[in-house]
Design a protein around this ligand. Structure first.
Ligand SMILES: *[C@@H]1O[C@H](CO)[C@@H](O)[C@H](O)[C@H]1NC(C)=O
Ligand SMILES: *[C@@H]1O[C@H](CO)[C@@H](O)[C@H](O)[C@H]1NC(C)=O
Length: 161
């Protein structure tokens, strides 16, 4: 009876010992931004993506992709490094994820020299943890003294009212 009890105890301990990592991963949530991020052409912009716990994501696979983009990858982190060969050519040299921030659960994407064509919906995916999406809106810069077509149209509309 004693040995049966011991065997049961050992089995329980083994099951329990295996639980924590998968249990922890199961309760992690990937958080983005519920409102759109706005940038002007030429800006650097941060697309937010966080774990709801400051645990490290540097051992995880991270895929930043853009909807309707082919190939869809704008940044891929795998096996502790960036997989640049996967990246869509139009994002070459423009996307980074801070490694020091990654170690604290911040997977935000730094997109530099924003172009009009960058507008759209981005996805931050950690296959073992979850995903979120972030909308980027890109505005064109109108130089001081130059009335943009949009403003001119509004002006006409206002005058006729
Ligand atoms: C993260 O979110 C999950 C799912 O909502 C929740 O169960 C868990 O407690 C959260 N963790 C922290 C550290 O807030
Ligand atoms: C984003 O990347 C650009 C270009 O590498 C860099 O100059 C800038 O400091 C970065 N921004 C942040 C907030 O890390």
């Amino acid at each position: 009876m004693n040995s049966a009890l011991n065997a049961h105890l050992v089995l329980s301990l083994m099951v329990f010992a295996q639980l924590p990592s998968s249990f922890t991963k199961g309760t992690i949530q990937v958080i983005g931004s519920s409102h759109p991020i706005v940038a002007l052409v030429g800006d650097d912009v941060i697309l937010p993506c966080y774990l709801n716990s400051s645990i490290s994501a540097s051992d995880e696979t991270v895929e930043w992709t853009k909807y309707k983009l082919d190939p869809r990858f704008v940044y891929v982190w795998r096996d502790g490094g960036e997989l640049e060969s996967k990246k869509n050519p139009s994002y070459k040299g423009r996307t980074t994820v801070s490694i020091s921030k990654l170690k604290h659960g911040d997977i935000s994407l730094n997109l530099s020299k924003v172009k009009l064509s960058d507008k759209g919906k981005y996805r931050c995916l950690l296959p073992d943890m979850g995903e979120t999406s972030v909308e980027l809106i890109v505005g064109a810069v109108s130089l001081p003294g130059i009335v943009s077509v949009q403003k001119a149209k509004t002006g006409v509309a206002l005058q006729s009212e």
